[in-house]
Design a protein around this ligand. Structure first.
Ligand SMILES: [Ca+2]
Ligand SMILES: [Ca+2]
Ligand SMILES: [Ca+2]
Ligand SMILES: [Ca+2]
Length: 316
């Protein structure tokens, strides 16, 4: 749909194809595709200075792109808030609940400001109403309340649902594949994933056990069927383990990639529609990305970042 309208006003078939790839994106690409080529960048945010700096997929991960937006106390919350297929530089102030988004659609000359959250709330941006634009959503880690402002009504209607609680981590992703972010909650002690589904207007839930103590949730679509899979990462052994949606959660993902000090990072770096196994070591600034497109037989290694720089798309 967006492809058609863009193609009319922009410049035809080649750009249209590129935008299809981006517009078909899930929250994974909305948050990490700064050059709009359908692949994630290696993007870092430096909290002390507010510098965003990307090693771009369109350059084969050899060329950089940087912009200043933020600083202390803002957290990076990238997304495609204007729906143009290119990642916007979103910030969240955890002390006030204000969001400030520098927009790609105006070539980063204008920003959008919204209020949702504050102390006790954790940002969980995503496309909850399925219009292709990231919504301003927060999760209360004391009460399990989800609250947010929907882009489809120009932020005049709210999402307000209670799901989870103090012993749960929000694992927002599209588990039923309807193009809308679902309300996922992961119980840290037991490894219970319980996901309230958008496709039934939050009346039914998907529940699976995967993980538990020592495991960290890494929700994303690893098998490329359009539905997020139930996957966890072990910081000690570097094991990625989980249940694939394409096999009705009966087939397993099980790959060793990482270890202590290797942080798991969201992204589809080869653009095959499947999340890759990306890790970042903050002390050295090394990225190690095992690619789904080669069935995890090839990887990309780069030095980009270092102390004080954190990937803008850390899981969960
Ligand atoms: Ca939206
Ligand atoms: Ca959904
Ligand atoms: Ca999947
Ligand atoms: Ca991939």
């Amino acid at each position: 749909m967006r492809c058609e309208s863009r193609a009319l006003v922009v410049i035809g078939a080649i750009l249209c194809t590129a935008i299809v790839a981006a517009a078909g994106a899930t929250d994974l690409l909305r948050a990490g595709d700064h050059d709009a080529d359908g692949r994630s960048e290696m993007t870092l945010y430096h909290n002390a200075s507010g510098l965003w700096t990307s090693l771009t997929s369109s350059s084969g991960f050899v060329g950089g792109m940087s912009r200043s937006w933020g600083g202390v106390p803002y957290a990076a919350e990238p997304g495609d808030y204007d729906g143009d297929g290119r990642t916007d530089l979103g910030l969240y102030d955890p002390t006030t609940g204000y969001w400030y988004v520098l927009l790609s659609s105006t070539n980063f000359t204008t920003s959008l400001t919204m209020s949702a959250g504050g102390i006790g709330w954790r940002p969980v941006p995503g496309d909850y109403d399925g219009d292709g634009k990231t919504d301003f959503v927060v999760y209360n880690f004391n009460t399990g309340q989800w609250y947010g402002l929907k882009s489809s009504t120009n932020y005049t209607t709210v999402l307000s649902v209670n799901w989870g609680g103090s012993t749960y981590i929000p694992v927002a992703a599209d588990y039923d594949g309807d193009g809308k972010t679902d309300l996922g909650a992961y119980h840290v002690d037991t490894g219970l994933w319980t996901v309230l589904l958008s496709s039934t207007n939050y009346t039914t839930a998907l529940s699976k056990f995967c993980g538990g103590s020592g495991w960290s949730p890494v929700p994303a679509d690893f098998d490329g069927d359009g539905k997020a899979d139930i996957v966890v990462y072990d910081f000690v052994n570097g094991q990625w383990f989980g249940l694939k949606s394409s096999g009705n959660y009966a087939t397993i993902l099980n790959v060793m990639w990482g270890g202590p000090a290797y942080l798991p990072v969201k992204g589809d770096y080869d653009g095959d529609g499947k999340a890759d196994l990306a890790t970042y070591v903050s002390t050295t600034g090394m990225w190690y990305i095992l690619l789904s497109g080669s069935n995890y037989t090839t990887s990309i290694t780069r030095n980009w970042g270092g102390s004080g720089y954190w990937p803008s798309t850390l899981y969960p």
